[in-house]
Design a protein around this ligand. Sequence first.
Ligand SMILES: NC(=O)c1ccc[n+]([C@@H]2O[C@H](COP(=O)([O-])OP(=O)(O)OC[C@H]3O[C@@H](n4cnc5c(N)ncnc54)[C@H](O)[C@@H]3O)[C@@H](O)[C@H]2O)c1
Length: 355
Amino acid sequence: MSESLGIAVIGAGAIGRTHIETLAGMPGLHLSAIVDPMPAARTLAESLDVPCLPQIGDLLEFGLARAAIVATPNETHLPVSAALLRAGLPVLLEKPVAESLSSALKLIAVADETGVPLLVGHHRRHNPIIRTARRAIAEGCIGDLVMATVTCSLAKPNSYFEAAWRRSPGAGGPLLINLVHEIDLLRHFFGEIAHVQATASHDRRGFAVEDTAAVTVSFARGGLATLCISDAAVGPWAWDLSAGENPARFPAHPVTPHLYCGSTAGLSLPDLALWQPPGAPDWTVPLQPHRLEVTPGDPYRAQLEHFADLIHHGGTPLVSVRDATANLMVLDAIVRAAESGQRVAVDLSPLGHET
Ligand SMILES: NC(=O)c1ccc[n+]([C@@H]2O[C@H](COP(=O)([O-])OP(=O)(O)OC[C@H]3O[C@@H](n4cnc5c(N)ncnc54)[C@H](O)[C@@H]3O)[C@@H](O)[C@H]2O)c1
């Protein structure tokens, strides 16, 4: 048996606590420290009997962890992760990879220079539902993608916005916080996005960042998708509110916010219903649905298992820093499209090579 791996959680806020709870049930891993300056973090650390440090300098000085999960606000992702990687600690970094493209590109340089494992926390890719859908789509279950529709109605309580970063451009807003997950999934299933168009509004909440956006994307391989997102709109039609990934935080409604329509069949998620015609496609003939089989699993746990595997055995992260930066490049194009009203091409060339 190898020694249990001590993991520090940097930032014990909403998602940091999910990681702490997940770690508690995992063999071979344990929480070795919390780094967070807030009093609530100290109280939590005391209840768990682990050290609590106000900053990562102390963690590194005292050698209190073999690896770290970074769950701090977006604008701190680069400085915190770079310091950890330079100290030789593998990092699981929450999404989005950074608050800006320039920060993400700097983080790529640090990851390349140090060679220390860096996994970005697009946790949905570890969900068995997503793994099953990706395999089926790659095997041609819907033919070629023709169109997709993704809805994210995420009416957040006012208290959510007490943290100032969630109201700030470049850090908060549902595009960067939430739509980045949807973009990641669409790229994971259907390949790179070539062009985007978008309209954004902040009329409901009146913050400097958007609260609502409507986006269309076209894929390099062909096919179009629309995505509608709002943190002020009520409805169950969102992955977070239907997939049951985080039952302690979110209800799981029986709806399908992701609809993928191909040249031969349609697929909805998260229910994995595949709608096929009995013969050649004909809108007058009833389609026959059947569910793709899946064994449910906790994606946060699977993500940590993958992180541990990377630390012990090396290999390629399921979500690399380049891959996550490509998501940011799409988002950057969406923001520019919303500002200009123009169709904007997604430029992945700064990544240097394929994601
Ligand atoms: N993958 C997911 O499902 C998911 C869900 C929610 C949030 N996130 C991401 O996780 C990150 C955190 O989001 P959140 O909603 O948990 O935020 P939060 O505001 O609830 O928590 C952030 C915590 O980080 C602490 N902190 C701030 N700067 C720090 C620093 N330099 N060092 C140590 N601690 C510091 C704060 O005191 C706070 O406790 C964001 O990047 C967000 O996009 C991911």
